[in-house]
Design a protein around this ligand. Structure first.
Ligand SMILES: Nc1ncnc2c1ncn2[C@@H]1O[C@H](COP(=O)(O)OP(=O)(O)OP(=O)(O)O)[C@@H](O)[C@H]1O
Ligand SMILES: [Mg+2]
Length: 361
């Protein structure tokens, strides 16, 4: 049995369905992420788990027990919001121990737990500071310390890194991964940032318009998106309209109008004559000069249309026959190297027969 079971949960606001028939099983000790664009229902779902809001239909169970009659303060969980919601007139120590005060913990126990929390969150020496005297990362750590001090079963985090700048965010991400591993508490993390979700999570539920599109481990989500929405939302991907020519054991052939045929990995559901999308990640597309890449099953000629230098890598947009544009990403591994091809160069692009995938239109 999963620690948290979300069963066919629906939440409506008037005629609008914010969360629609969502079912998820979250295991104890998991770092689980709800990922999706703004307005897809992530916070609404999290609020129902926390008990700030109730489902119109469906059930939420913790360790097999229905939570619908358990008020938020009685649920063994804690929510950390984006704003961190620290009390400005209280010191770090007072902020962190606030939940213990509420649960009438003894002064001795409170002191012991505070010291543990300060050590664990590397806040020793900050105990008497006020929130306005802290950096963004420190505020985040105080909010986490307060969240963990009552030893909840679940920690819910809603866009809690969104307020941090890119560099600090990366540091805090690493801290969050380590912290979650050390404390072993289940984290349910909400974000609309896909790179963050991929970096942090054991599993991710991709949400779109109130529904769950796919639940998977990060690498499977990236490598095997189930549909167009997931493929497009997670990372960059080339999408070419195609028609299925032939789908047999172990291979799939699709046709691109005006360009030619592509050999793709087999898909169980593809049928000859069906329209769909061939999708392939830019890092799976290779570029070479004329005469190269002929060993690859899929290779086409094209002209470099644009080059986007990004420091570590460059992205080449190559125009193939019939105005099909394909992006290829190459690392700039040689020192000082900015690009391998110039705009206007005649090139070859190619990829392996087992790269990319067919998605239904
Ligand atoms: N109390 C409410 N009354 C009416 N509509 C609401 C209410 N709460 C949320 N909504 C609507 O439900 C939808 C989902 O909102 P929600 O806050 O869950 O989105 P989200 O995925 O958290 O988005 P974001 O990434 O912007 O935080 C939105 O269209 C929102 O306007
Ligand atoms: Mg939200």
């Amino acid at each position: 049995m999963a620690q948290l079971e979300i069963k066919n949960v629906t939440r409506r606001f008037g005629d609008f369905v914010a969360v629609e028939d969502v079912s998820l099983n979250i295991e104890a000790g998991e770092f689980f992420t709800l990922l999706g664009p703004s307005g897809c229902g992530k916070t609404t779902l999290l609020r129902m788990i926390a008990g700030f809001d109730l489902p119109d239909a469906g059930q939420i169970l913790l360790d097999g027990k229905d939570l619908s009659d358990t008020p938020p303060e009685k649920r063994p969980l804690h929510t950390v919001f984006q704003s961190y919601a620290l009390f400005p007139h209280m010191t770090v120590a007072e902020n962190i121990t606030f939940p213990l005060k509420m649960s009438r913990c003894s002064p001795k126990e409170t002191r012991t737990r505070l010291q543990e929390a300060l050590d664990q969150m590397r806040l020793t020496g900050k105990a008497d500071k006020y929130p306005h005297e802290l950096s963004g990362g420190e505020k985040q750590r105080v909010a986490l310390a307060r969240g963990l001090i009552n030893r909840p079963r679940l920690l819910l985090l809603d866009e809690s890194l969104a307020a941090l700048d890119a560099k600090l965010r990366e540091e805090v991400q690493v801290e969050l991964i380590n912290l979650q591993r050390d404390v072993g508490i289940t984290f349910i993390f909400v974000t609309h940032a896909q790179t963050e979700a991929l970096a942090l999570s054991h599993r991710i539920a991709v949400m779109n318009r109130g529904k769950v599109e796919q639940v998977d481990e990060p690498a499977r989500l990236y490598g095997f998106p189930r549909n167009r929405f997931v493929a497009d939302f997670i990372g960059h991907i080339n999408m070419i309209p195609v028609q299925v020519l032939e789908s047999a054991h172990g291979h799939l052939r699709v046709a691109v109008a005006g360009l030619g045929d592509i050999t793709a990995p087999p898909t169980a559901e593809a049928t000859a004559g069906e329209d769909g999308i061939f999708s392939i990640r830019p890092e799976q597309v290779r570029i070479g000069v004329h005469g190269e890449l002929t060993e690859l099953k899929n290779h086409f000629s094209g002209i470099v249309h644009s080059v986007l230098y990004q420091g570590d890598v460059s992205v080449y947009r190559v125009k193939l026959a019939d105005d099909v544009i394909l992006e290829a990403l190459l690392p700039n591994s040689a020192p000082g190297q900015a690009k391998l091809f110039e705009v206007g160069d005649s090139v070859k692009v190619g990829w392996r027969h087992d790269a990319g995938m067919f998605l239904h239109g």
